[in-house]
Design a protein around this ligand. Structure first.
Ligand code: ATP
Ligand code: MG
Length: 430
């Protein structure tokens, strides 16, 4: 029987996994720089962590992998996003009591959504995300945006655009919601099934619809900016001014409402504008949430801001721009063992190489000279350490410099010094 990976899932291996690690390293390095700590939360949570009262998002209503085990009434859900679990943990572990708010956290790992698989849209995909919790200041909004923008630039994305909008505070949103209800009332029947539901639950989300996107009633819908109260307007203006000061280019997009219901004030997306990117061009998305921490039982009025990027989409965007992510470097040394009696000795030599930081490999197939030499070639190792009968008996090694095509036999005790001289010590293992 041939086993197959489930639809919408993906194995990452070989060269690709090295590229993933390089990206992940950049994410972690940036978080270290910005003083965000890692948080690891469970892959599943109680369903009500994600499925909150009156949530209108597709993700919660249609895309969740929810299960109940036999003999249990507990409903669990594979996490479709990172924020909810992080907030659950922030409140449960009373991180909000930290005297030095905000608490800044990042996470990385698989998310699960039952979506129709297509390019850039998987059923298990990986997100890297940050949350800055317990502070409400335009500075933290901008800090989060700058962090995301800098990461994307550093990994090599050039054709990117920051789209930003505000959803205002509760009062502004309530006014806007009313205006949208009045606007869409005559058109509800013409809208898709999801939008009919959204009309009742959260008419803002109609603006995010991919089906009705081009309809006339969408284009002339009222704009959030006309319903912002003074406090919300001022908050957003400060965010934009700070972005100007830091010279982060952005466009204000009145129709940006984001796919999740919990957002307030600043929402943003970073989109790949590369022409080869395809339909799924949003690589990073996030925003501020005012209600979420209190919803989970945290202090009233405590706010947070966060974003997540999709690693698979980042890789697509890099490919679309023709950026090569770092290739895995060649080995430093390959140990060729040409005599079966010398195998244990060769293995000791290999272990010594590694102890001194030289990335090395050894033939494990007992191949002949030719076969092993081809393996050296494929490994692109800079040197081959040849061990035959003579070397074994005299406790020596022959170091063959592959590039210069020279070789020298020496006592094994001199091997590391010779390699240090040969392979510029600073570069070893890179
Ligand atoms: P979309 O509008 O593309 O469905 P979303 O609003 O559902 O996105 P978020 O929940 O904000 O997306 O997730 C943040 C990021 O995670 C996206 O910008 C994208 O890079 C990635 N992402 C979301 N869903 C998927 C998926 N099904 N497959 C791959 N990546 C995804
Ligand atoms: Mg989605």
């Amino acid at each position: 029987m041939a086993y197959q990976i489930p639809r919408g899932c993906q194995d990452v291996y070989g060269e690709q996994s090295y590229k993933w690690q390089q990206l992940e390293k950049t994410f972690r390095d940036f978080c270290y720089l910005y003083n965000y700590d890692e948080i690891r939360t469970p892959i599943f949570e109680h369903t009500n962590v994600f499925k909150r009262e009156n949530d209108s998002s597709d993700m919660v209503n249609k895309e969740m992998y929810t299960f109940t085990l036999a003999n249990s009434s507990t409903s669990l859900t594979l996490r479709p996003e990172g924020t909810a679990g992080v907030i659950r943990s922030f409140v449960e572990n009373k991180m909000f009591a930290n005297p030095d708010l905000p608490v800044k956290l990042y996470y990385m790992g698989p998310m699960h959504r039952h979506e129709r698989p297509q390019k850039g849209r998987l059923r298990i995909f990986n997100q890297f995300g940050v949350e800055c919790l317990g502070n409400k200041s335009p500075y933290t909004d901008v800090e989060a945006i700058v962090l995301g923008y800098s990461i994307l630039k550093t990994i090599g994305l050039n054709d990117i655009k920051v789209c930003i909008n505000t959803l205002g505070d509760d009062e502004s949103r309530a006014n806007y919601r009313q205006a949208l209800k009045e606007h869409f009332a005559p058109y509800v029947e013409d809208l898709c099934g999801d939008c009919k539901r959204r009309y009742e639950q959260n008419p803002l989300r109609i603006l995010d619809c991919k089906v009705d996107h081009d309809k006339e009633c969408m284009k002339n819908a009222p704009s959030m900016k006309d319903y912002l109260n003074d406090a919300s307007k001022e908050y957003f203006d400060t965010v934009l001014k700070l972005l100007d000061v830091l010279e982060i280019p952005y466009v204000v997009d009145d129709n940006l409402v984001r796919g999740l219901d919990y957002y307030t004030h600043t929402v943003f997306e970073i989109v790949s504008t590369s022409k080869d990117m395809g339909a799924q061009s949003t690589v990073l998305a996030g925003g501020r949430y005012d209600g979420l921490i209190p919803y989970f039982g945290g202090p009233e009025g405590m706010s947070g801001i966060g974003w997540a990027l999709g690693i698979e989409r980042i890789i697509l965007a890099l490919e679309a721009e023709g950026v090569t992510i770092a290739e895995k470097p060649a080995l430093d040394a390959y140990v060729m063992c040409l005599d079966n009696d010398a195998r244990t000795y060769a293995f000791e030599v290999l272990t010594q190489l590694r102890a001194y930081g030289y990335r090395s490999e050894m033939d494990m197939q007992q191949r002949g000279f030719k076969g092993q030499f081809k393996a050296v070639d494929r490994s692109k190792a800079k040197v081959a350490i040849i061990i035959g009968k003579n070397e074994f008996e005299s406790k020596s090694v022959t170091i063959k410099n592959i590039v210069e095509k020279t070789q020298e036999t020496m006592p094994v005790d001199s091997m590391i010094d010779a390699l240090d001289a040969l392979l510029n010590a600073d570069c070893k293992g890179e």
